[in-house]
Design a protein around this ligand. Structure first.
Ligand code: NAD
Length: 249
């Protein structure tokens, strides 16, 4: 198994890509802690993983709350003895152009998508150092690589995650802690199913993707699995683009 004896904390693990990552990591031998604000859904994922023979604990986590992160990391260490992997996956999407973006929307998106990644990383690092090293996987977006016609705060937050990841990689390489960012294109999840229900929007996203399909959560989960595992032991500060070729042009 690719994550045998590893302990992984995944934010936003109650649904979407985080849920699929939690299930895949557990199948590959990791003990998994999922943190989310959606308690009912999170508990369901926890039960499904445990019933399937894996080991999973759900914790209530608002990633924009510093104290909640400290509690989540403490829970991982007290339940499973250590922390090896952090997937900063939780995020929200808001689509407004610059003039239509309010200060409140900007702050909310930055607090969750950017500051949440900073807090998670800050509190995971001491636990990973204690464990002799670790892997941090930050879910950015293609919106962290190129500009967007629809989004403002979202793009800024995902760009922040991209370079924050590289600083983390450089600062903590000597502790055996790796940090990499993942840049998905359009993936079908609860986050996107609203706007993908619009057939023009759906077709536009497919037309702009050389592989001519939308992404599945599994497409991203396998990338996160690779970066989390020891197979990627020489990979840090890198950007894994999983977008069907959309940003290659
Ligand atoms: N779906 C896409 O097309 C796409 C593309 C690129 C990047 N992403 C990124 O991938 C990540 C996962 O997205 P998804 O599509 O699975 O979204 P989703 O909305 O289906 O799932 C996101 C999860 O994060 C949780 N979450 C939101 N705010 C939180 C908070 N403050 N604290 C804790 N948990 C919180 C939600 O409750 C939910 O369970 C996000 O960071 C998103 O920006 C998504």
């Amino acid at each position: 198994m690719r994550l045998e004896n590893k302990v992984a904390l995944i934010s936003g693990g109650a649904r979407g890509m985080g849920e699929v990552e939690a299930k895949l990591f557990a199948k590959e031998g990791a003990k998994v802690i999922i943190g989310d604000m959606l308690e009912d859904k999170g508990r369901k994922v926890e039960a499904q993983i445990n019933e399937a023979g894996g080991e999973c604990v759900f914790v209530v986590l608002d990633v924009s709350d510093e104290d909640a992160w400290q509690r989540a990391v403490n829970e991982a260490v007290s339940r499973f003895g250590k922390l090896d992997i952090l997937v900063n996956n939780a995020g929200i999407y808001r689509a407004h152009i610059v003039e239509e973006t309010t200060a409140a929307e900007w702050d909310q998106v930055m607090n969750i998508n950017a500051k949440g990644v900073f807090f998670g990383t800050k509190y995971a690092i001491p636990a990973m150092r204690e464990a002799g090293g670790g892997s941090i996987v930050n879910i950015s977006s293609v919106a962290g690589l190129v500009g967007s016609r629809q989004t403002t705060a979202y793009t800024a937050s995902k760009g922040a995650v991209r370079l924050f990841t590289k600083s983390t990689a450089i600062q903590y390489a000597s502790d055996g802690i790796r940090a990499n960012s993942v840049h998905p294109g359009t993936i079908v999840t609860p986050m996107t199913e609203g706007f993908l229900a619009d057939s023009t929007m759906r077709q536009d996203r497919m037309d702009r993707t050389p592989l001519k399909r939308l992404g599945r959560p599994e497409d991203v989960a396998y990338g996160a699995l690779y970066l989390a595992s020891d197979e990627a032991s020489f990979v840090t500060g890198s950007e894994l683009v999983i977008d069907g070729g959309r940003t290659a042009e």
